[in-house]
Design a protein around this ligand. Structure first.
Ligand code: XIL
Length: 355
């Protein structure tokens, strides 16, 4: 090799190495900066002490939501006592890393403590208990939790479009069972009194497409907006099974809700895949999963009022899909069990970066 060629090759190598070290791939939260999209993950506080968990979370996301730590059974374990320790840890973590926090959830029919469900309370007593719960929890996080899922999954699966029978509505309910969804209205008003700045969401499962359930929610939200009930948004959970997502219908649905003047948040996205005994999915499915993440992100980005995309966890190491499906399904999230980015991650990252 001639001297000139040798010097050229060495110089080129040094340049490439330096360039490679200096240019790091953009994270999700960096890629989301252009569009202003909030990009979130549901979080389990016990895992925050795991270095890879904490560093991935802080690097990639600009929003967090406690997966279980704000549910009644955790935060209100006894009639007279609240336990904010787990949720406080998550809020502290978010503050240290410049992240917003969504609160989930104030009113639900699941994960309620026995003292409540077996307490044989009258409607009057239940109303007092619920008002105190909402005001105490929202008040504790006033100015720290920017958006709340005030009511979760109030509409029924088996009788589409109808309200579910729950301890809050009619078993025995807070005294408003005869008045349709007015018990939900009461909850939004209590939450608003406790933190007038917080954005208040109605959150629902299997209502992401146009269907009888989302029709019923749409009618309720339109009515709330017309009468000045303080509602700011609707959360669509987006737990996707069978690798099937009717993206055109999802986009139309997001469009009709944002046209009411409320925001839409995708609140609990995951795309469950069939897995082997080690929890691994096959490469074709991982690619199809990536396509779904990309299409849903594009649908959200195409509506100005769709302001957040959140996944239900972020690493396949910790996801509710495993226990929920008796471990036949899994691999539903953006990072694998070793915190390596999956095709779904790159699909979402590149879709965000393109805006
Ligand atoms: C799930 C959690 O991920 C699990 O850890 C828990 O055992 C059960 O609840 N819809 C919701 C979430 O609104 O609160 C649920 O979270 C998943 C379905």
């Amino acid at each position: 090799m001639k001297w000139r060629t040798f010097i050229f090759v060495v110089a080129a190598a040094v340049f490439c190495l330096g360039f490679g070290a200096g240019v790091r791939e953009q994270s999700l939260r960096e890629a989301a900066q252009g569009s202003g999209m909030l990009i979130g993950a549901a979080v389990r506080p016990a895992q925050l002490s795991e270095a890879a968990y904490a560093s991935t979370l802080a690097r990639e996301f600009n929003m967090l939501e406690p997966e279980d730590a704000l549910k009644w059974e955790v935060v209100h374990p006894e009639p007279q006592s609240f336990d904010f320790s787990q949720a406080d840890e998550i809020v502290d973590f978010a503050t240290r890393h410049g992240m917003k926090v969504r609160g989930h959830t104030l009113v639900w029919h699941q994960q309620n403590p026995k003292w409540l469900t077996e307490g044989k309370y009258t409607s009057g007593e239940l109303a007092e208990i619920l008002e105190k719960h909402i005001k105490t929890v929202v008040g504790h996080y006033r100015g720290k939790i920017f958006a709340w899922d005030v009511v979760n999954e109030a509409f029924d699966e088996l009788h589409p479009g109808e309200l579910r029978g729950t301890i809050w509505r009619d078993q025995p309910g807070i005294g408003l069972a005869a008045n349709g969804y007015s018990y939900i209205e009461r909850c939004f008003r209590w939450a608003h009194e406790a933190d007038p700045q917080a954005l208040l969401f109605y959150n629902e499962a299997e209502a992401e497409v146009v269907n009888p359930k989302s029709d019923a929610i749409y009618a309720m939200v339109r009515d709330f907006r017309q009468r000045g009930v303080p509602i700011d948004g609707v959360g669509f959970q987006m737990h996707i099974a069978n690798l099937h997502a009717d993206v055109a219908s999802i986009s139309a649905n997001i469009g009709r809700f944002t046209s009411l003047g409320v925001q839409v948040h995708i609140t609990e996205m995951d795309v469950a895949l069939p897995v082997d005994a080690n929890g691994n999915a096959n490469p074709e499915d991982l690619q199809r999963q990536a396509d779904i993440y990309r299409q849903i992100a594009s649908a959200c980005l195409s509506h100005r009022g769709c302001t957040a995309i959140q996944t239900w966890g972020f690493t396949d190491k910790y996801s509710w899909i495993g226990s929920h499906s008796k471990h036949t399904q899994g691999a539903a999230l953006l990072f694998d069990q070793n915190y390596r980015a999956k095709p779904a991650y790159w699909a979402l990252r590149n879709t965000l970066a393109a805006r």
